[in-house]
Design a protein around this ligand. Structure first.
Ligand code: CP
Length: 311
């Protein structure tokens, strides 16, 4: 309990130097360049998932164990919040016993921001309604691992402006020369706050950021074509015609005509035949499984950052 902590509730909690250090460390873990020194020995990491997860939950559980920590897991029905204890009281109690909590609420981010107000326990956002910051770190790790850099990459994101898109749009324009273009269905774009953040980050770093709501004149020669599933975890779409609105945004092999060397990225889980064809997801350009594996390497870097193993 003596070691200081820092929380990752939003990508905004990471300075530019932190961001680059966490990504570089994730790449080093993936490449087997980090000696097994078990730096989190003696730590107890809580794994609290109020919503389903395959990758993020396993990545942080396995990552914490590989770093020498022990874990305590909580499912959606386990805590007394279900019987009326406040979220605030729950966080204050957990902070007296845990060193880190990795939490997926899929609810409002202010719950985790409130938890992070104390300094005893680090809080890691494993997905809120607003943002999925550990996914963005995984994505940057995957790009850095594949291309050897993030700077200068041309990325085209197709699909909903959901929490994964929000995190990606927040971090990618912090790298100079990046060109990020989002094509989001009308009515399902980024929030104004995220757009403003992406534009400000791009202006500061020399990157470019655009968002459109159509599929005309897609950018050519991109390095990465990225999508996410249409039914984001913990959400539903009230409009009955939403599938018609999303249909033109499906990723198909046609997109490789103008970007023949592009890789395909998907945060998974995927629905073949909805946001992407099976031919693309299972094809030679797809990094989706590497991206899933990188969740664990990136999670280890995040845990090390939270516990100041990383400077
Ligand atoms: N991409 C992602 O967050 O996967 P899980 O929902 O399985 O954790």
């Amino acid at each position: 309990m003596e070691r200081p902590t820092r929380s990752l509730v939003s990508t905004e909690d990471l300075s530019d130097a932190d961001l680059r250090a966490v990504v570089a460390r994730g790449v080093d873990h993936a490449a087997g360049r980090v000696a097994r020194s078990l730096p989190l020995t003696g730590d107890v990491v809580g794994i609290y998932f109020r919503k389903t997860s395959t990758r993020t939950r396993t990545a942080f559980s396995a990552g914490a164990l590989r770093l020498g920590a022990q874990i305590v897991t909580f499912g959606p029905d386990d805590l007394q919040t279900n019987t009326g204890e406040t979220v605030g009281d729950t966080g204050r109690v957990l902070a007296r016993m845990l060193d880190v909590i990795v939490a997926r609420t899929a609810g409002p981010q202010r719950e985790l921001a409130d938890w992070a107000g104390q300094r005893r326990m680090a809080v890691v956002n494993a997905m809120t309604a607003e943002e999925h910051p550990t996914q963005a770190l995984t994505d940057l790790t995957t790009m850095a691992r594949h291309f050897g850099r993030v700077e200068g990459l041309r990325v085209c994101y197709l699909g909903e402006g959901n929490n994964t898109a929000a995190a990606l749009a927040s971090v990618l324009p912090r790298f100079g020369g990046v060109a990020l273009e989002l094509r989001t269905p009308p009515g399902y774009g980024l929030t104004e706050e995220v757009r403003a953040r992406a534009e400000a980050n791009a202006a500061r770093s020399g990157a470019s950021f655009t968002e459109r709501h159509d599929m005309d004149e897609l950018p050519s020669g991109v390095d990465v074509i990225y999508t996410t599933r249409w039914q984001t975890t913990g959400t539903s779409k009230p409009r009955p015609d939403w599938r018609q609105v999303f249909a033109p945004f499906q990723v198909t092999p046609k997109m490789w005509v103008d970007s023949p060397t592009a890789v395909f990225m998907h945060d998974l889980p995927a629905h073949r035949g909805e946001e992407v064809t099976a031919e693309v997801l299972d094809g030679p350009a797809s990094l989706a499984l590497d991206q899933a594996e990188n969740k664990m390497h990136s999670a280890m870097a995040v845990l090390e950052w939270c516990r100041h193993v990383l400077p």
